[in-house]
Design a protein around this ligand. Structure first.
Ligand SMILES: Cc1ncc(COP(=O)(O)O)c(C=O)c1O
Length: 442
């Protein structure tokens, strides 16, 4: 970030110093037509120069639609999850696929995160290009080109720490063959993925299947088994009972593998689970992990928490069950302008599927900002009923609810599919001052 919240006071030995430096360097990029909504008259300035102007989102030359990320809410969410993880003895590798924003990764690391989680090789490449020292890839990695790249990264940087899933003997075979062909010198750390039950997504389905995969890993010299992981977010028809039962299977499997000597020689045993819907259950069950033959890295991977939302995660957040531990704040507001008002009950704003998450819920009209005097009022009686590519369909209860030119501020549902529609997102303080811009790499 361009402002002083990204401090340079990390010691040179801190593994996250390069991530902070890479995030700061993004301020040197030029602002131009590639970035939706940025002021046309800012063309050619660097991002840092534009941020230093501290323009106002509403009259600073931004064009609609424009997605705003609340500076205060993001800071609040970062601090809250840092405290939560500390309180429950969890290490944290926030899932970076949510935001794909190196500046937010740097803030997460500054807020105590161990590293950043990825889903696919491209994400890991983005992370490495931005100084991320520890990557947990929550997927099996069987692509030879990606494994060749990984082997080169690991060999070039002894400090780079990486682990990924394995869930099949065939996957192990493919990884081993690709790493041998690449001449990899350092073994790749892997964790066995236990599927979250029948009908769940990836992951070996039974403990016996996991044992087979572990045996396949042990038979290679290119892979090293360091732990066990999975994703409770995919437990079918999840509820507290089913999620904790599955998490207990994960913990029991870890303890059994350890007793069988399958982690012999590792400095740290990794046990990982946890998105943004069940981290309370993860904290509860991971607290039961017994002493093992090496220290345990209990790795939580929530990603959506960073912006939180006004829909899906607002309903699912564990803080609804444990309000005494805090509350996340929704950080996104999408501003669109009314461009057509053909009937008293219909209006159209200029934001659509290109701009707003729509895979889980439609946006929610929250506030209206008058084009006449900038006065804001609640969007009472205004409902988003549909999205076209570039239009929001609005139903209005009364003829005076909206007029052409008004700005409509909308809450969104699903952080992952909100971030990915914007490459440079204004970071905005409560009074409308734009203090920075968050660059994303999808
Ligand atoms: C394997 C895995 N881990 C962690 C997460 C992060 O969960 P959330 O997006 O709820 O924060 C996801 C999200 O899809 C995931 O697939």
């Amino acid at each position: 970030m361009a402002d002083d919240r990204l401090t340079d006071d990390r010691p040179a030995t801190d593994p996250h110093t390069p991530a902070t430096a890479a995030a700061r360097a993004l301020a040197d990029e030029r602002v131009d037509h590639r970035f939706k909504a940025l002021p046309p008259d800012a063309e050619g300035r660097t991002v840092g120069e534009l941020a230093a102007e501290r323009r106002n989102l509403f009259d600073g030359g931004f064009t609609t639609p424009v997605l705003a990320l609340s500076a205060e809410s993001v800071e609040h969410n970062l601090a809250l999850m840092e405290t939560y993880a500390q309180r429950h003895g969890l290490a944290f590798a926030p899932h970076g696929k949510t935001c794909m924003a190196p500046q937010l990764f740097a803030r997460q690391l500054e807020h105590g995160a161990w590293g950043i989680t990825a889903a696919v090789p491209h994400q890991a490449r983005v992370y490495r290009a931005h100084g991320i020292a520890r990557i947990f890839l929550a997927n099996e990695l069987v692509d030879p080109a990606a494994l060749r790249w990984l082997a080169a990264e690991l060999d070039a940087d002894p400090e780079f720490r990486f682990a990924c899933y394995v869930d099949s003997p065939r996957g192990v075979e493919l990884m081993d063959a690709a790493l041998r062909a690449a001449g990899a010198r350092r073994p790749v750390d892997v964790v066995i993925e236990l599927g979250a039950g029948e009908g769940a997504r990836t992951g070996a389905r039974t403990e016996a299947d996991c044992r087979e995969v572990a045996a396949a890993v042990a038979a290679t010299t290119t892979l090293r088994l360091v732990g066990v992981a999975g994703y409770e977010g995919e437990v079918p028809e999840a509820d507290h009972t089913k999620v904790t039962a599955w998490l207990r299977r994960l913990v029991a499997l870890t303890a059994t593998f350890d007793a069988e000597g399958r982690f012999a020689g590792v400095d740290e045993i990794v046990v990982s689970a946890g998105g943004s819907a069940w981290f309370d259950a993860v904290a509860e069950v991971f607290a039961e992990i017994p002493d093992l033959s090496a220290p345990v890295l209990k790795l939580l991977r929530s990603g959506a928490y960073v912006s939180h939302d006004d829909g899906h995660y607002r309903h699912l957040t564990p803080f609804n069950r444990v309000p005494e531990e805090g509350a996340l704040h929704p950080a996104f507001r999408l501003w669109a302008q009314v461009v057509s008002r053909p009937t008293p009950h219909q209006a159209f704003a200029n934001a659509g599927k290109r701009d707003a998450a729509y895979d889980l819920d439609l946006p929610q009209a929250q506030v209206v900002r008058s084009a006449r005097d900038g006065a804001e009022r609640p969007a009472t009686g205004v409902t988003v009923t549909g999205l076209s590519d570039q239009h929001a369909w609005l139903a209005t209860e009364s003829a005076d609810a909206l007029e052409v030119g008004d700005w409509v501020g909308m809450g969104l549902s699903h952080p992952c599919t909100s971030f990915d529609k914007w490459q440079l997102i204004p970071l905005v303080e409560a009074d409308g001052t734009v203090v920075d811009f968050i660059r994303t790499f999808f």
